[in-house]
Design a protein around this ligand. Sequence first.
Ligand code: AMP
Ligand code: MN
Ligand code: MN
Ligand code: MN
Length: 276
Amino acid sequence: MNIDLHCHSRASDGLLSPAALVGLAAARGVDVLALTDHDDLSGLEEAARAADEHGIRLINGVEISSVWRDELSVHVVGLGVSTDDVELCGGLERIRHSRAARAERMADSLAKAGIPGALEGALTYAGNASLLSRTHFARFLSDNGYARDTRSVFNHFLVPGKPGYVEHQWALLEDAVKWIRSSGGTAVLAHPGRYGLPRATMRELLGEFRDMGGEAVEVLSGSHSPEQFREFAMLAKEFGLTASRGSDFHGPGESRTELGALPLMPPGVTPVWQSW
Ligand code: AMP
Ligand code: MN
Ligand code: MN
Ligand code: MN
Protein backbone atom coordinates (compact mmCIF):
# COMPACT_ATOMS: atom_id res chain seq x y z
CA MET A 1 0.00 0.00 0.00
CA ASN A 2 1.27 3.46 -0.90
CA ILE A 3 0.04 5.89 1.75
CA ASP A 4 0.60 9.66 1.65
CA LEU A 5 -0.94 11.57 4.55
CA HIS A 6 0.22 15.14 3.95
CA CYS A 7 -0.30 17.34 0.88
CA HIS A 8 -1.78 20.66 -0.22
CA SER A 9 -4.23 21.86 -2.86
CA ARG A 10 -5.26 25.32 -3.99
CA ALA A 11 -7.56 25.42 -0.97
CA SER A 12 -4.37 26.56 0.79
CA ASP A 13 -0.93 26.99 -0.76
CA GLY A 14 -0.80 24.07 -3.20
CA LEU A 15 -0.71 24.61 -6.96
CA LEU A 16 -3.32 22.04 -8.05
CA SER A 17 -7.07 21.90 -7.58
CA PRO A 18 -8.19 19.17 -5.16
CA ALA A 19 -9.45 17.04 -8.06
CA ALA A 20 -6.22 17.43 -10.05
CA LEU A 21 -4.16 16.59 -6.95
CA VAL A 22 -6.14 13.39 -6.35
CA GLY A 23 -5.82 12.49 -10.04
CA LEU A 24 -2.05 12.92 -9.85
CA ALA A 25 -1.89 10.84 -6.66
CA ALA A 26 -3.80 8.02 -8.37
CA ALA A 27 -1.51 8.21 -11.40
CA ARG A 28 1.49 7.93 -9.12
CA GLY A 29 0.10 4.80 -7.48
CA VAL A 30 -1.06 6.27 -4.18
CA ASP A 31 -3.73 4.05 -2.55
CA VAL A 32 -4.58 6.20 0.46
CA LEU A 33 -4.26 9.98 0.38
CA ALA A 34 -4.94 12.59 3.05
CA LEU A 35 -5.51 16.13 1.80
CA THR A 36 -4.18 18.39 4.56
CA ASP A 37 -4.60 22.02 3.56
CA HIS A 38 -3.40 24.71 5.96
CA ASP A 39 -6.20 25.68 8.35
CA ASP A 40 -8.89 24.85 5.79
CA LEU A 41 -11.29 22.01 4.99
CA SER A 42 -12.88 23.46 1.86
CA GLY A 43 -11.02 21.24 -0.63
CA LEU A 44 -12.15 17.96 0.90
CA GLU A 45 -15.51 17.62 -0.81
CA GLU A 46 -14.08 17.96 -4.32
CA ALA A 47 -11.18 15.69 -3.37
CA ALA A 48 -13.57 13.00 -2.09
CA ARG A 49 -15.51 12.98 -5.36
CA ALA A 50 -12.29 12.67 -7.35
CA ALA A 51 -11.05 9.88 -5.06
CA ASP A 52 -14.27 7.95 -5.74
CA GLU A 53 -13.75 8.33 -9.47
CA HIS A 54 -10.15 7.15 -9.29
CA GLY A 55 -10.81 4.35 -6.81
CA ILE A 56 -8.43 5.59 -4.15
CA ARG A 57 -9.18 6.23 -0.50
CA LEU A 58 -9.29 9.83 0.72
CA ILE A 59 -8.73 10.70 4.37
CA ASN A 60 -10.17 14.03 5.51
CA GLY A 61 -7.20 15.98 6.78
CA VAL A 62 -6.03 19.44 7.81
CA GLU A 63 -2.72 21.03 8.86
CA ILE A 64 -3.23 23.46 11.71
CA SER A 65 -0.82 26.36 12.30
CA SER A 66 -0.10 26.55 16.01
CA VAL A 67 2.38 27.92 18.50
CA TRP A 68 4.15 26.07 21.31
CA ARG A 69 5.41 27.81 24.46
CA ASP A 70 4.51 31.23 23.05
CA GLU A 71 7.31 31.22 20.51
CA LEU A 72 7.76 28.17 18.32
CA SER A 73 5.51 27.80 15.31
CA VAL A 74 4.49 24.13 15.10
CA HIS A 75 2.20 22.42 12.56
CA VAL A 76 -0.27 19.72 13.60
CA VAL A 77 -1.85 17.46 11.00
CA GLY A 78 -5.33 16.17 11.81
CA LEU A 79 -6.30 12.90 10.11
CA GLY A 80 -9.86 11.63 9.86
CA VAL A 81 -11.41 14.88 11.07
CA SER A 82 -15.08 15.58 10.62
CA THR A 83 -15.81 18.56 8.36
CA ASP A 84 -18.74 19.90 10.37
CA ASP A 85 -17.38 19.94 13.91
CA VAL A 86 -18.22 23.35 15.44
CA GLU A 87 -15.08 23.62 17.55
CA LEU A 88 -12.69 22.64 14.75
CA CYS A 89 -14.41 24.79 12.12
CA GLY A 90 -14.56 27.78 14.48
CA GLY A 91 -10.88 27.46 15.35
CA LEU A 92 -9.83 27.21 11.71
CA GLU A 93 -12.02 30.17 10.79
CA ARG A 94 -10.23 32.33 13.40
CA ILE A 95 -6.81 31.32 12.05
CA ARG A 96 -7.81 32.10 8.48
CA HIS A 97 -9.19 35.46 9.55
CA SER A 98 -5.87 36.31 11.21
CA ARG A 99 -3.94 35.42 8.03
CA ALA A 100 -5.37 38.41 6.17
CA ALA A 101 -4.10 40.91 8.75
CA ARG A 102 -0.75 39.12 8.97
CA ALA A 103 -0.35 39.37 5.18
CA GLU A 104 -0.72 43.16 5.38
CA ARG A 105 2.06 43.32 7.96
CA MET A 106 4.24 41.07 5.80
CA ALA A 107 3.69 43.34 2.80
CA ASP A 108 4.56 46.42 4.93
CA SER A 109 7.79 44.74 5.96
CA LEU A 110 8.68 43.94 2.35
CA ALA A 111 7.78 47.50 1.27
CA LYS A 112 10.23 48.86 3.86
CA ALA A 113 12.88 46.64 2.28
CA GLY A 114 12.18 48.20 -1.12
CA ILE A 115 9.69 45.66 -2.47
CA PRO A 116 6.36 47.35 -3.21
CA GLY A 117 3.06 45.73 -4.17
CA ALA A 118 3.62 42.42 -2.40
CA LEU A 119 0.11 42.15 -0.95
CA GLU A 120 -1.58 42.60 -4.32
CA GLY A 121 1.07 40.37 -5.89
CA ALA A 122 0.64 37.53 -3.41
CA LEU A 123 -3.14 37.80 -3.73
CA THR A 124 -2.99 37.00 -7.43
CA TYR A 125 -1.62 33.56 -6.42
CA ALA A 126 -3.96 32.97 -3.48
CA GLY A 127 -7.24 34.31 -4.79
CA ASN A 128 -8.47 34.91 -1.25
CA ALA A 129 -6.84 36.97 1.51
CA SER A 130 -7.76 34.49 4.24
CA LEU A 131 -5.60 31.82 2.55
CA LEU A 132 -2.53 34.03 2.16
CA SER A 133 0.59 32.19 3.26
CA ARG A 134 4.30 32.74 2.97
CA THR A 135 4.21 30.44 -0.06
CA HIS A 136 2.08 32.92 -2.03
CA PHE A 137 4.53 35.71 -1.15
CA ALA A 138 7.38 33.40 -2.17
CA ARG A 139 5.79 32.84 -5.59
CA PHE A 140 5.38 36.59 -6.05
CA LEU A 141 9.01 37.24 -5.05
CA SER A 142 10.44 34.52 -7.24
CA ASP A 143 8.33 35.37 -10.31
CA ASN A 144 9.45 38.99 -9.95
CA GLY A 145 13.13 38.19 -9.89
CA TYR A 146 13.88 38.64 -6.18
CA ALA A 147 15.08 35.01 -5.95
CA ARG A 148 15.86 32.10 -8.27
CA ASP A 149 12.91 29.95 -7.19
CA THR A 150 10.38 29.70 -4.37
CA ARG A 151 12.67 27.58 -2.23
CA SER A 152 15.56 30.04 -2.37
CA VAL A 153 13.19 32.89 -1.47
CA PHE A 154 13.23 31.47 2.05
CA ASN A 155 17.01 32.04 2.32
CA HIS A 156 16.56 35.81 2.04
CA PHE A 157 12.96 36.63 2.89
CA LEU A 158 9.95 35.56 4.99
CA VAL A 159 11.97 33.88 7.77
CA PRO A 160 12.92 35.34 11.17
CA GLY A 161 15.33 38.25 10.84
CA LYS A 162 14.62 38.76 7.11
CA PRO A 163 12.27 41.13 5.24
CA GLY A 164 8.69 39.93 5.08
CA TYR A 165 8.78 37.97 8.33
CA VAL A 166 6.41 39.07 11.07
CA GLU A 167 5.58 37.54 14.43
CA HIS A 168 2.14 36.00 14.49
CA GLN A 169 -0.21 34.60 17.10
CA TRP A 170 -1.40 31.24 15.76
CA ALA A 171 -3.62 28.81 17.68
CA LEU A 172 -2.21 27.30 20.86
CA LEU A 173 -0.77 23.83 20.26
CA GLU A 174 -3.05 22.34 22.90
CA ASP A 175 -6.09 23.89 21.23
CA ALA A 176 -5.11 22.53 17.82
CA VAL A 177 -4.82 19.04 19.31
CA LYS A 178 -8.12 19.46 21.18
CA TRP A 179 -10.04 20.57 18.07
CA ILE A 180 -8.70 17.64 16.05
CA ARG A 181 -9.68 15.18 18.76
CA SER A 182 -13.08 16.75 19.35
CA SER A 183 -13.85 16.25 15.66
CA GLY A 184 -12.92 12.58 15.83
CA GLY A 185 -9.49 12.94 14.26
CA THR A 186 -5.95 11.83 15.10
CA ALA A 187 -3.40 14.55 15.90
CA VAL A 188 -0.02 14.15 14.19
CA LEU A 189 3.03 16.35 14.84
CA ALA A 190 4.06 17.51 11.36
CA HIS A 191 7.67 17.48 10.08
CA PRO A 192 9.37 17.68 13.51
CA GLY A 193 12.78 17.80 11.84
CA ARG A 194 11.98 21.27 10.50
CA TYR A 195 11.77 23.02 13.84
CA GLY A 196 15.52 23.15 14.43
CA LEU A 197 15.16 22.13 18.07
CA PRO A 198 18.02 20.90 20.22
CA ARG A 199 17.54 17.26 21.20
CA ALA A 200 16.40 17.97 24.75
CA THR A 201 13.79 20.52 23.63
CA MET A 202 12.52 18.15 20.92
CA ARG A 203 11.96 15.53 23.63
CA GLU A 204 10.04 18.05 25.71
CA LEU A 205 7.87 18.90 22.71
CA LEU A 206 7.15 15.23 21.97
CA GLY A 207 6.30 14.54 25.62
CA GLU A 208 4.02 17.55 25.93
CA PHE A 209 2.37 16.82 22.58
CA ARG A 210 1.60 13.27 23.70
CA ASP A 211 0.28 14.48 27.08
CA MET A 212 -2.04 16.91 25.26
CA GLY A 213 -3.55 13.99 23.34
CA GLY A 214 -1.29 13.88 20.30
CA GLU A 215 -1.05 10.34 18.92
CA ALA A 216 1.43 10.33 16.06
CA VAL A 217 4.49 12.00 14.62
CA GLU A 218 5.60 12.32 11.01
CA VAL A 219 8.58 10.02 10.74
CA LEU A 220 8.63 9.90 6.94
CA SER A 221 8.25 13.50 5.80
CA GLY A 222 9.24 15.18 2.55
CA SER A 223 11.08 17.66 4.80
CA HIS A 224 13.23 14.99 6.47
CA SER A 225 16.60 13.52 5.54
CA PRO A 226 17.10 9.72 5.67
CA GLU A 227 18.97 10.31 8.91
CA GLN A 228 15.90 12.08 10.32
CA PHE A 229 13.69 9.15 9.24
CA ARG A 230 15.74 7.00 11.62
CA GLU A 231 15.93 9.61 14.36
CA PHE A 232 12.18 10.17 14.50
CA ALA A 233 11.41 6.46 14.21
CA MET A 234 13.41 5.96 17.42
CA LEU A 235 11.73 8.91 19.13
CA ALA A 236 8.26 7.73 18.10
CA LYS A 237 8.94 4.34 19.70
CA GLU A 238 10.37 5.90 22.82
CA PHE A 239 7.43 8.27 23.32
CA GLY A 240 4.74 5.74 22.46
CA LEU A 241 3.63 7.70 19.40
CA THR A 242 2.56 6.08 16.14
CA ALA A 243 4.31 7.08 12.91
CA SER A 244 2.96 8.89 9.87
CA ARG A 245 4.16 9.26 6.29
CA GLY A 246 3.54 12.42 4.26
CA SER A 247 5.23 14.06 1.29
CA ASP A 248 4.01 17.62 2.06
CA PHE A 249 3.60 17.94 -1.71
CA HIS A 250 2.60 21.46 -2.84
CA GLY A 251 2.79 21.12 -6.63
CA PRO A 252 4.77 19.84 -9.58
CA GLY A 253 8.21 21.39 -9.67
CA GLU A 254 7.78 23.13 -6.34
CA SER A 255 8.18 20.31 -3.88
CA ARG A 256 11.21 18.35 -2.85
CA THR A 257 9.20 15.12 -2.65
CA GLU A 258 6.62 13.92 -5.16
CA LEU A 259 3.26 12.50 -4.06
CA GLY A 260 3.67 9.01 -2.62
CA ALA A 261 7.42 9.03 -3.20
CA LEU A 262 8.71 8.41 0.33
CA PRO A 263 10.36 5.13 1.41
CA LEU A 264 8.73 2.39 3.48
CA MET A 265 8.25 2.88 7.20
CA PRO A 266 11.31 1.80 9.19
CA PRO A 267 10.72 -1.49 11.02
CA GLY A 268 9.66 -1.44 14.66
CA VAL A 269 7.39 1.60 14.60
CA THR A 270 3.59 1.38 14.59
CA PRO A 271 2.13 3.17 11.57
CA VAL A 272 -0.67 5.61 12.37
CA TRP A 273 -2.88 3.73 9.88
CA GLN A 274 -2.46 0.36 11.60
CA SER A 275 -5.83 0.72 13.38
CA TRP A 276 -7.75 1.98 10.32
P1 AMP B 1 2.72 30.16 6.59
O1 AMP B 1 1.73 29.11 7.05
O2 AMP B 1 2.06 31.33 5.93
O3 AMP B 1 3.69 30.55 7.65
O4 AMP B 1 3.55 29.51 5.42
C1 AMP B 1 4.24 28.32 5.65
C2 AMP B 1 4.45 27.65 4.31
O5 AMP B 1 5.56 28.24 3.65
C3 AMP B 1 4.83 26.19 4.49
O6 AMP B 1 3.68 25.39 4.58
C4 AMP B 1 5.58 25.91 3.23
O7 AMP B 1 4.67 25.67 2.19
C5 AMP B 1 6.27 27.24 2.96
N1 AMP B 1 7.64 27.27 3.48
C6 AMP B 1 8.05 27.67 4.69
N2 AMP B 1 9.40 27.56 4.80
C7 AMP B 1 9.83 27.11 3.63
C8 AMP B 1 11.12 26.79 3.08
N3 AMP B 1 12.23 26.94 3.79
N4 AMP B 1 11.17 26.33 1.81
C9 AMP B 1 10.05 26.18 1.08
N5 AMP B 1 8.81 26.46 1.53
C10 AMP B 1 8.71 26.91 2.78
MN1 MN C 1 2.51 25.03 2.77
MN1 MN D 1 3.87 22.44 7.61
MN1 MN E 1 2.23 21.01 4.83
